[in-house]
Write a protein that binds this ligand. Structure first.
Ligand code: ADP
Ligand code: MG
Length: 234
């Protein structure tokens, strides 16, 4: 049984259909990357999985259970968390408050988890009381990851975590993603930085114009000359 199985999703905004029957799957503990041109529907697919938009057709199974069209606050309770590309932290709140917000549905004592996050992200530990808005772009992305991890999810959906970062920070973000995965969290990654993302991925999908175009093992996509020419910068 796949951890997440998305079958023939049709979704969009209002009357506009963006996804015309997309299917993907991810196994427990794996990293899977979705690449594809701008506007191909990658972000829309993550939103449809997480319940931010309601699919018109198709099915989303998570841990074997049907979560199609359930609201995000229900989906997170099942162990599926999502980090959007932007507006993924609260700049006016402190770093510590951001992490506490991440744990909003937890009724147990989450202080231990909070400390685990500070161990995983030492840059944040020294700045607990600082407003999140004072962090660098890379540190904000780390905070967004830590916030999502507060709920100890089985699967993280990450929308372009390296976008807009200084080149020197991109490597650190991918390193953290690998570390998070090694701690047992499966990751569905959408990335423009396709080469780096595919290196971490057991499987990858190419999405084009709201349709599945190609899928293969990450390393096979990396070595595929057509994929390299179109999506990996030659
Ligand atoms: N909130 C929205 N309302 C209407 N159209 C949108 C919205 N968000 C995205 N779109 C459109 O959906 C298409 C796919 O966008 P998106 O899923 O963001 O692509 P990608 O993430 O692959 O770049 C684009 O044509 C985009 O203009
Ligand atoms: Mg996008």
């Amino acid at each position: 049984m796949s951890l997440l199985k998305v079958s023939n999703i049709v979704a969009g905004y209002g009357e506009t259909e963006i996804l015309h029957g997309v299917s993907i799957a991810i196994e427990e503990g794996h990293v899977v990357t979705i690449i594809g041109p701008n506007g191909s529907g990658k972000s829309t697919l993550l939103k449809a999985i997480f319940g931010l938009i309601k699919p018109k057709k198709g099915q989303v199974l998570f841990q074997g259970k049907d979560i199609t069209g359930l609201a995000p606050e229900t989906v997170v309770r099942r162990g599926l968390c999502y980090v959007p590309q932007s507006s993924n932290i609260f700049p006016s709140l402190s770093i510590n408050e951001n992490l506490e917000m991440g744990a909003f549905i937890r009724t147990d004592d989450f202080r231990q988890r909070l400390e685990e996050m500070y161990l995983l992200f030492p840059d944040l530990a020294g700045r607990r009381k600082d407003r999140a808005g004072t962090l660098s772009g890379g540190q904000r992305q780390m905070l967004a990851l830590a916030r999502a991890l507060m709920l100890d999810p089985a699967l993280l959906l990450l929308d372009e975590p390296s976008a807009g970062l200084a080149p020197s920070m991109v490597g650190s973000v991918f390193e953290k993603i690998l570390g998070i995965n090694r701690s047992g969290v499966a990751i569905l990654l959408v990335e423009q930085n396709a080469r780096e993302a595919l290196k971490l991925s057991s499987w990858g999908y190419v999405l084009a114009s709201g349709r599945n175009q190609l899928e293969d093992r990450g390393e096979n996509l990396l070595n595929n000359p057509d994929v390299a020419r179109l999506y990996l910068g030659g």
